[in-house]
Design a protein around this ligand. Sequence first.
Ligand code: HEC
Length: 71
Amino acid sequence: MYNRACVACHAGQLPMAPKPGDRAVWAPRLSQGMDTLVQHVTQGFKAMPPRGLCMDCSSEDYRAIIQWMSE
Ligand code: HEC
């Protein structure tokens, strides 16, 4: 799912979008709490469009992708 939607921005194309595995960049974001992060993806957040362009992702999917990206 990451490779279908999130990769378009989160693999380095958009400098503001935190990259997978970049723990230092993810740490302050994670400190907002997983629920907030999932909400931000669902509703859109600054330069990120609503749902992160994944129209069929569930909250559980977002949770899993965020977990994976932040490790
Ligand atoms: C069109 C580009 C784009 C796509 C597609 C995209 N993102 Fe993002 N995302 C961004 C940008 C840009 C930011 C940084 C926003 C900022 O803080 O300025 C971001 C930030 C985030 C954050 C941190 C939000 C916060 O509160 O700090 C999470 C979590 C996230 N994205 C998850 C995802 C997931 C999961 C997907 C795929 C389902 C996805 N994104 C797809 C552009 C994108």
